[in-house]
Ligand binder design. Structure first.
Ligand code: SF4
Length: 193
């Protein structure tokens, strides 16, 4: 059975796309963006392996408005994520936003990447470039583009690149998960995407 290597996951997120979302941060990234605040998500052997079927059921039953996939680098696990989305959508319709450190035109040249692109509604592409971090909403730096691969989120595009960033604290008893794009002056150890 196919697995997805997961860095972390969270339900009820309101800071990484429209509505209340299930957010999945996958494990593994081959880029080394200076200023990346989740270097622990880069190790391709790290994180937890979760069966696609179990994760799909959890997400489909979460009651969330949509799914946001970030990382790590989602396109290193494109085929498994495509299967995940198919399994979710067999249970219920759900919009999908994907953050990638790669560039759309590069991805179009990779056959396996097409499987995930074909199931993505909105793609936020490009590496995090610290010098271009302007503190605006829902993306890390101004080089990152919001690319509508379907019409689902086109009316929400004005959310991206607005003044200011919003972060959300989700308590988990022993720790708080802080979710959202960090402010430009970011404390060490907080999530970038
Ligand atoms: S910012 Fe994203 S793309 Fe860049 S190294 Fe970190 S996880 Fe990878």
């Amino acid at each position: 059975m196919e697995n997805i290597r997961v860095f972390t996951k969270e339900s009820g997120v309101t800071t990484l796309g429209p509505g209340r979302r299930y957010c999945l941060w996958v494990q593994g990234c081959r880029q080394h963006c200076p200023g990346c605040v989740t270097p622990q998500s880069r190790d391709e052997q790290g994180g937890s392996l979760i069966p696609v079927s179990a994760l799909a059921a959890e997400i489909a039953l979460s009651g969330m408005d949509g799914l946001t996939i970030s990382g790590g680098e989602p396109f290193l696990q494109a085929a498994a994520l495509a299967e995940l989305i198919d399994r979710i959508r067999r249970r219920r319709d759900m919009g999908v936003i994907v953050y990638t450190g790669l560039v759309y035109e590069q991805l179009l040249e990779q056959p396996e990447a097409r499987s995930l692109l074909d199931r993505t509604d909105l793609l936020i592409d490009g590496p995090y470039l610290q010098a271009l971090d302007d503190g605006r909403s829902l993306r890390g730096s101004s080089n990152q583009r919001t690319i509508c691969l379907t019409e689902r989120y086109r009316q929400d595009l004005d959310l991206y690149g607005r003044e200011g960033r919003t972060r959300q604290i989700i308590p988990h008893g022993a720790y708080d998960n802080i979710v959202g794009i960090p402010n430009t002056q970011k404390p060490k150890g907080e999530r970038q995407e």
